[in-house]
Design a protein around this ligand. Structure first.
Ligand code: SAH
Length: 497
């Protein structure tokens, strides 16, 4: 069936919805958004429909459906679970040339309700004519994640300037070029940055002088700890728009695979000990690409402002007049805690968390060991694998109990995640016994004792007793059920052999 798409203005126009269940409720909600005058005909209503009726937002008719009601309405929605009833409503509406939508029945419907992406005043509607509703849903999700919410503000700004743009740029091609520059250039960026007044001023200025230059810019993006699913929508959008991606070594292939295909990818990894790209080199690259008018994404593991030198890069960009944005990422402490089942705070165990770096060269100051050794706080220690011995000795010297539990998380959130648990007294020994490598994050504090019973991702913690592992959670919910199932299969295999 080939459909003719229209956007209907229903403001103050009467619409009848027959049916009072969950589906009817969804339809009514959308109609109310469009300011329609909705009457719902149903014996019983969902609690929310009842509430709307009480508030006078909809009219409710509980008596049996009457044909005469159709005389005053513009549209009808048949959303009952009774097919005969829906057919009757559809047939009577058809006779009166009133558009009708029958829920889940494309053949009986004379209008379809598309999947929507709402960036008011901009609306994108998708329909497969009822043929492939799952495809429309998937497309909607994809577009929803690609289109920034500030697009609505851009549409409003364009509407405001429309007459002036037409007057200043009578030539269609010039006008089109100007609109394109609004979409890609600094005006859209300022709107994303929540600065609508400046966006308007820049657009007005560009209109009265010359077109907007294709200015280069930098987006400092946190890529999270490794699992691509932990990327934010904003990070995904920035990756989709990038001309160049300067990424750290820690950023995994899974994340990079989500970036625009033809974006240039440059690894600017720095490794402790063997410096491959200096911070100055990175600054120079940022400047070079941005000055060439490119959209640069500076992609960092975790969050750019947590031991990521993001602050230094922004200072450099500001000093050189390069516009920038920052997209936060999920920092290793937050991700590792979640993926190891260790809540960073807990009413019974810890009221505060400290994010600490154990890398002595990275922090120019000597750590305040006495403060770090205080009880009832959680320490999330970054970059610590080579320093675990010192950490252990110093913290115990300054009074932290040797019995304080820890969870050491290697490759947190990745498929090869390992968690080693123990107590401060055997920290270095356990890490060495299990050959823990970078990247690894140490969580030290009473909360770490919860790891064996709350673990859910990847292999169960190493160093936990069988008793600890089975306390608290049913075995199939542990380690995503995968490790447990694999263990079971292995046991069956052994028996069979
Ligand atoms: N900006 C990053 C931290 C960079 S410092 C963030 O916010 O996460 C690098 C250190 O972060 C590593 O040495 C390690 O301690 C920690 N780290 C980063 N990713 C990790 C991961 N997937 N698993 C465990 N630790 C990680």
């Amino acid at each position: 069936m080939k459909l003719y798409p229209i956007f209907a203005s229903l403001s103050q126009r009467a619409v009848l919805v027959v049916g009072g269940g969950a589906v009817a409720e969804r339809k009514v909600a959308a109609l109310l958004e469009a300011q329609a005058q909705v009457t719902v005909n149903a014996g019983t209503l969902t609690p929310r429909l009842q509430q709307w009726a009480r508030q006078g937002r909809i009219a409710h008719r509980s008596d049996p459906f009457q044909e005469s009601w159709l005389e005053r309405v513009w549209l009808v929605v048949a959303a009952t679970s009774d097919r005969d009833m829906n057919t009757l409503v559809a047939t009577l509406a058809e006779l009166r040339r009133i558009f009708v939508n029958v829920v889940d029945d494309a053949a009986l419907s004379s209008f379809h309700v598309p999947a929507l992406i709402d960036r008011a005043p901009l609306t994108i509607a998708i329909s497969s004519g009822g043929e492939a509703p799952m495809l429309t849903r998937l497309l909607r999700e994809r577009l929803e994640s690609l289109l920034d919410h500030s697009l609505g503000a851009l549409a409003t700004l364009m509407a405001r300037l429309r007459k002036r743009i037409r007057m200043h740029l009578p030539d269609l091609a010039a006008r089109r070029g100007f609109y394109e520059s609004l979409l890609a250039g600094p005006v859209a960026a300022l709107l994303r940055q929540g600065r609508p007044d400046e966006a308007l001023a820049v657009a007005e200025h560009a209109l009265s002088t010359s077109p907007l230059p294709a200015a280069g810019s930098v987006v400092l993006v946190g890529a999270g700890p490794g699992d691509p699913g932990l990327l934010t929508l904003r990070a995904l959008r920035a990756l989709n728009e990038a001309d160049v991606i300067l990424h750290d070594r820690l950023v995994g292939a899974g994340v990079l695979a989500l970036a625009r295909r033809d974006a240039a990818r440059v690894e600017v990894g720095k490794q402790a000990g063997c410096q491959r790209t200096t911070q100055d080199d990175i600054h120079a690259l940022l400047l070079e690409h941005a000055r060439a008018g490119r959209r640069v994404v500076r992609l960092k593991g975790g969050d750019p402002f947590v031991f990521g030198r993001g602050g230094e890069e922004l200072q450099f960009l500001r000093a050189n007049g390069i516009p920038y944005e920052v997209v936060p990422g999920i920092t290793a402490a937050v991700a590792c805690a979640a993926y190891a089942g260790v809540p960073l705070t807990h009413r019974d165990h810890a009221q505060s968390v400290r994010l600490v770096t154990a890398h002595c060269q990275a922090s120019r100051d000597v750590p305040d060991w006495a403060a770090l050794a205080q009880e009832r706080q959680t320490l999330a220690i970054y970059m610590g694998v080579g320093e675990l011995g010192t950490l252990q000795t110093r913290l115990i010297e300054h009074g932290r109990a040797a019995s304080t539990p820890f969870a050491l998380i290697e490759n947190g959130s990745r498929t090869d995640q390992r968690v080693v648990i123990g107590t401060l007294g055997n920290l270095a020994e356990r890490a060495a016994a299990h050959a823990v490598h970078s990247p690894a994050l140490l969580i030290l504090g009473e909360v770490a004792s919860l790891a064996p019973s709350l673990a859910w991702f990847g292999a169960p913690p190493l160093g936990a007793s069988v008793h600890e592992l089975h306390a608290g959670a049913p075995i199939m919910s542990k380690a995503s059920g995968v490790a447990a199932r694999e263990g079971l299969l292995e046991a069956i295999h052994r028996l069979a052999c």
